[in-house]
Design a protein. Structure first.
Length: 118
């Protein structure tokens, strides 16, 4: 009964985990993400033994890489364009061009349609 009442421990990220190729996930900062395969794991996997095991099993060619290799990889991933970067900030949206294009398309469709009467 006591184990059912106990709260689940939420592990915290440590900078040491970078040597295993893990950073915090961009979408959920309580979950680790592998820099090499970009797979996000549960918080339970935020144990050095599990991270080391993943590195050795899935990426055996990278297990002897130093921390600098993973730091460079981390920066490449952070600077990689993502979906948010493709859209403008909400205050800088240019509605004029979109409105004009929408009107032009509607006008072209209306001109091409053949009207029939029943």
């Amino acid at each position: 009964m006591a184990s059912a009442d106990a709260k689940k421990k939420c592990r915290q990220y440590s900078q040491e985990y970078l040597k295993f190729g893990f950073i915090l996930s961009f979408s959920n900062e309580t979950m680790p993400m592998c820099l090499l395969c970009q797979k996000v794991f549960t918080n339970d996997a935020m144990k050095p033994s599990k991270m080391k095991d993943h590195l050795e099993r899935v990426h055996p060619d990278k297990k002897n890489k130093d921390v600098e290799f993973f730091k460079v990889l981390k920066e490449k991933i952070r600077n990689q364009p993502n979906l948010k970067s493709f859209f403008k900030a909400p205050g800088t949206v240019d509605c004029e061009g979109g409105l004009k294009a929408s009107y032009t398309i509607s006008l072209n469709i209306a001109n091409k349609v053949r009207y029939t009467s029943y």
